[in-house]
Design a binder for this molecule. Structure first.
Ligand code: CA
Length: 250
């Protein structure tokens, strides 16, 4: 039987939640609805969804606060989050992405756009069929187990950062423009702005910790992954505090 992706819709307005749920169900998704943060937590406790559609403005805790918490939680960190927001300006959108959302949809939205974004985010999350272990310098990425490590240090990456790193590691040293990254990593980028790439590159660098300098900005051209960053890894490794090795994220 075909896997029907489960989508948790966190939205306090019943009419909007119903519109979303009906459209998703007609297109092969299972949906559950939570109208506030407490019921959303209960749904997640019962079953981890494949994707969360998260309204920004909720009674009590905001969607932004929830996105931050879920992205940091062991249970939810690999679950893609799409924020629903009436806030249209760029600063707010970037705040949503910075909080850990993988994409956002501005209200009012068309159901066609909603479905396109849901499918695109799930595609990004899906493991690549060609699952060879990638290695650049001490950085390793195993698509089969979804593990990333730098030396013996396991690194925790969100789904979009994982896909981005996997793409970078497939052609190290090569410079990719933002448009190329959108095309290769996001694929269905009809609704995504190039600024989104910058936000995810920043998050990728942070998640890589000591290996962060390997992701270089090439002024006027884009980004690349290099085995020999301007800031040498040996000096970073020598200076980095000893941290206990943690279980890699799944
Ligand atoms: Ca709302």
């Amino acid at each position: 039987m075909r896997h029907m992706p489960a989508v948790l819709v966190v939205e306090d307005e019943p009419a909007i939640a119903e519109l979303i749920a009906v459209n998703l169900r007609h297109n092969g998704f299972r949906t559950t609805w939570a109208m506030d943060s407490a019921s959303a937590e209960r749904e997640i406790e019962a079953s981890v969804p494949d994707l969360i559609l998260l309204d920004w403005m909720l009674p009590g805790e905001t969607g932004l606060m929830l996105a931050r918490r879920w992205r940091a939680s062991a249970r939810c960190k690999a679950v893609p989050i799409i924020m629903l927001t009436a806030r249209g300006d760029e600063a707010d959108r970037v705040a949503g992405l910075d909080a850990g959302a993988d994409d956002y949809i501005a209200k009012p939205f068309s159901t066609k756009e909603l479905l396109a974004r849901v499918r695109a985010v799930l595609r990004r999350k899906a493991p690549e069929p060609e699952g060879a272990l990638l290695q650049v310098n001490a950085l390793t990425l195993d698509p089969a187990t979804y593990r990333v490590a730098f030396g013996d240090q396991a690194l925790k990456l969100g789904p979009t950062e994982f896909k981005l790193l996997q793409f970078f590691m497939g052609s190290p040293e090569r410079v990719h423009s933002r448009a190329q990254l959108l095309d290769k990593v996001w694929g269905d980028h009809v609704y995504i702005e190039e600024r989104t790439v910058d936000v995810h590159v920043k998050r990728l660098r942070e998640a890589l910790g000591p290996a962060g300098p390997m992701v270089e900005t090439v002024r006027g051209a884009g980004y690349r992954l290099t085995a020999k960053p301007a800031v040498t890894l040996s000096s970073v490794l020598a200076e980095r505090p000893q941290v206990p090795t943690t279980q890699p994220s799944v």
